[in-house]
Design a protein around this ligand. Structure first.
Ligand SMILES: Cc1cc2nc3c(=O)[nH]c(=O)nc-3n(C[C@H](O)[C@H](O)[C@H](O)COP(=O)(O)O)c2cc1C
Length: 236
């Protein structure tokens, strides 16, 4: 059975540093035979969680009370076997819109209140954080902790990060780590389905260069079509 890998980008820049590394992870996942999809939290409205879990008659259950883009993302997350999240570091944390989505994911986890397992249970996760300064491990560690607390499983080498900001694609260590985030998340998900799957770090210069060139070509094509815009509605 083909594994479904969903990449969620928390950046307003489709090909900024976090977008570049997330695309490397997804490319690696695809090479392992997975079906991949990339969505950005900037492509629509994600209303803030209003904490209805505390109402007299709680209604916090999948797919959430709001009918917005956030709900569409929650449905995509629910259908995925593997969730890879890439985010810029905004003040030592994931971006605000991504945090909105995390809060809204309560409805997936809160299915336990309705006698079902958490809908996050058993999904495999990996994270990528990109910044210019500090807080990379704090933001990535936060995401892994939260996703695990919702029931998700963390593979080895599940966090790639770079301080090279929009030049992250030229950070060899980070690119190889991002590739491994994709490879090992898919590898573990395959093992959980009793299939063959890699769960040890791969250090492969040729693969690194191949994937880097592919992502750079995509970046160039995107920028020649849409320009070097900040917030882009033209694609994740
Ligand atoms: C609001 C804001 C807060 C930021 N805070 C941090 C920070 O705490 N640590 C850091 O390393 N970089 C920080 N940065 C820099 C971004 O993480 C950096 O520009 C990164 O490349 C953005 O990712 P992107 O290229 O994928 O959009 C901040 C940028 C913004 C706009």
């Amino acid at each position: 059975m083909t594994l479904k890998v969903l990449g969620i980008l928390g950046s307003p820049h489709p090909f900024g540093g976090s977008g570049q590394l997330l695309r490397c992870a997804l490319e690696a996942a695809q090479r392992e035979g997975a079906e991949t999809k990339l969505l950005s939290v900037y492509e629509g409205e994600i209303k803030s969680c209003q904490g209805c879990i505390q109402d007299e008659e709680p209604n916090c259950r999948f797919p959430c009370i709001f009918e917005d883009y956030g709900r569409e993302l929650l449905i995509e997350i629910n259908q995925a076997d593997v969730l890879l999240i890439g985010t810029p570091v905004y003040w030592y944390a994931p971006s605000g819109l991504l945090k909105n989505l995390i809060d809204r994911m309560t409805c997936l986890e809160n299915m336990v209140a309705y006698g079902e397992p958490s809908y996050m249970e058993g999904k495999v996760v990996g994270v990528i954080t990109v910044g210019a300064d500090a807080g990379l491990t704090l933001a990535g560690g936060y995401l892994l902790t939260v996703l695990n607390a919702m029931g998700a499983i963390i593979p080895p080498w599940a966090h790639a990060y770079s301080r090279q900001a929009k030049g992250a694609i030229f950070d060899d260590r980070a690119v190889m780590d991002a590739i491994n985030v994709g490879l090992l998340a898919v590898g573990l998900a395959a093992r959980l389905k009793a299939q063959q799957g890699r769960i040890s770090y791969l250090d492969d210069r040729n693969l690194l260069e191949e994937i880097r060139h592919k992502i750079l070509a995509q970046k160039e094509a995107f920028e020649s079509r849409y320009g070097k815009t900040t917030l882009s509605k033209s694609g994740p």
